[in-house]
Design a protein around this ligand. Structure first.
Ligand code: HEC
Ligand code: HEC
Length: 333
């Protein structure tokens, strides 16, 4: 009996050893594997010089698309909060539990900006999340994958029209967990359907859905998600995603339920006018993660479309508690 126990013990120790070796090997591979490149073809989308197209791009970048919220340096943020424009010269925007990433300079400066990045590379970043080095980026900008072709052209054309200004080049500090994630789990994404040519901006549910899901990414923040995998945990637009407050350590902001549930919906009692008025007010909570500065620039048409769309959703009964909550041991991102 004793002998058998010993043997089983030995087998177990060997197995554990093998598992540890494999895990060590896997972690070691991650140290180089996170740099792997992806062979995603470059789209044929090209920037143009038409001033109406450039104006549409400016509207998206500083408005509902809020590219400025991540790509503007700290010095420009007071301007953004007031709904004004500030340079898109880059910011160390993303501090996550996987590491830190800069949201780089979007002006055509050739040393630090997009001067040497081709139109195809730019379009591929937006549609697939594959950067100029052919490496996959964390899904910071995933919602834009479904932009209409004309809106993508507009955004690219506007960025190309900016004066070249030195700024922050792409840079990152990725920790071991981040390297493992990049080496094993992250893949390029793709539009959920072949991109539409264009959509007319009009106060309809369909256009509101496009703003809410694709251009402004309301859905990505107003739905509970796993902070490890990004997977959605609750019904869309029912809120419940939490964000650490920088100004009040130990507290999180929780996104409200935007569905028209009579008991738990955050805006169920709001009229269309209330909704538009709230957006025109902009940032009320000083370090709210929501890009109010960009969103307050939205046209009445876009806001009406958004309102119509949110009203068309099926009510979801989900009580997310107050907007600001103490962390209570829960993980927040
Ligand atoms: C939530 C923050 C965030 C928002 C909003 C955002 N970006 Fe980014 N962006 C990043 C980060 C972070 C990177 C660096 C990703 C990487 O290379 O790993 C990046 C990288 C880029 C790059 C460089 C790609 C390369 O090849 O290095 C371009 C171009 C870009 N973003 C354009 C945009 C545009 C256009 C918008 C708006 C439609 C936008 N971004 C909105 C965070 C953001
Ligand atoms: C980056 C995450 C994020 C995005 C994107 C986002 N929100 Fe929010 N939203 C929040 C958080 C967090 C709050 C709670 C803090 C606050 O009120 O500012 C909030 C609050 C709100 C409120 C309640 C405001 C109030 O005064 O009671 C409304 C309405 C709202 N969001 C609608 C939207 C719509 C519509 C969009 C898309 C155009 C959107 N949000 C995009 C995170 C986000």
């Amino acid at each position: 009996m004793n002998r058998w126990l010993k043997r089983i013990g030995l087998v177990l120790i060997t197995l554990v050893g093998l598992v540890l070796l494999a895990a060590g090997g896997a972690a070691l591979y991650a140290l180089v594997g996170y740099k792997k490149t992806w062979d995603v073809p470059l789209p044929s989308t090209r920037a143009v010089k038409d001033s109406a197209v450039i104006a549409r791009g400016r509207y998206i970048v500083y408005g509902p698309g809020r590219c400025s919220d991540c790509h503007t340096p700290a010095s420009g943020r007071p301007l953004l909060f007031r709904g004004e424009e500030a340079p898109l010269t880059g910011w160390f925007a993303e501090k996550t539990y996987l590491g830190e990433w800069s949201a780089p300079n979007l002006t055509p400066d050739s040393a630090t900006g997009l001067g040497a990045v081709s139109d195809g590379q730019l379009a591929r970043m937006i549609r697939h999340g594959v950067n100029r080095e052919n490496r996959v980026a964390l899904p910071f900008m995933e919602t834009y994958a479904d932009l209409t072709e004309n809106d993508l052209i507009a955004v690219m054309s506007f960025l190309r029209s900016l004066p070249p200004t030195p700024g922050l080049p792409p840079s990152h500090h990725i920790n071991l967990l981040g390297k493992i994630t990049l080496a094993y789990f992250l893949k390029p994404y793709a539009p959920t359907a072949p991109p539409q040519e264009s959509l007319i901006a009009e106060p309809t549910v369909r256009y509101g859905e496009y703003i809410a899901k694709t251009v402004a990414g309301c859905e990505a923040c107003h739905t509970a998600r796993s902070l490890k995998t990004g997977e959605y945990l609750g019904p869309f637009f029912s809120g419940g995603l939490s964000f650490h407050s920088k100004a009040h350590p130990g507290y999180v902001y929780v996104s409200p339920n935007l569905t028209p549930d009579s008991a738990t919906g955050g805006i169920t009692t709001w009229s269309e006018d209330d909704f538009i008025r709230r957006f025109r007010q902009g940032l009320l909570i000083q370090d709210s993660p929501m890009a109010w500065g960009g969103f307050m620039r939205m046209t009445d048409i876009d806001l009406r479309a958004l309102y119509l769309y949110l009203r068309s959703l099926a009510p979801v009964h989900r009580d997310n508690g107050p907007t600001m909550q103490s962390v209570n041991g829960q993980a927040a991102g």
